[in-house]
Design a protein around this ligand. Sequence first.
Ligand code: SF4
Length: 95
Amino acid sequence: MGIVQINIFGEETPMEAVLGNIPKPKGRKRRRTMQEMHGINDAHTCRECEHLVKRQYSRVYYKCELWSMASSHQSDIRVTQKSCNKFKLSKGAMA
Ligand code: SF4
């Protein structure tokens, strides 16, 4: 038996039933990706999406405007990853 919560009447309830079945991400995986939150769209990649933002500094960083624009590598996205269900086809093709 896993961790249980005991109420004032002594009844035990599994913690999964109290908290839900979604494990809380820890450490470097604290931030959930758009694909984890909204599901994966196999038909496209982030490169084709209108929400993709290209940041040019000493190198190029790609961000999703619907997710996070923070100056952190944790919010970088890969343009080759499968798109999420918030995908919107970009009008122009990316270089
Ligand atoms: S497909 Fe989803 S994660 Fe990728 S850029 Fe578009 S909205 Fe952001």
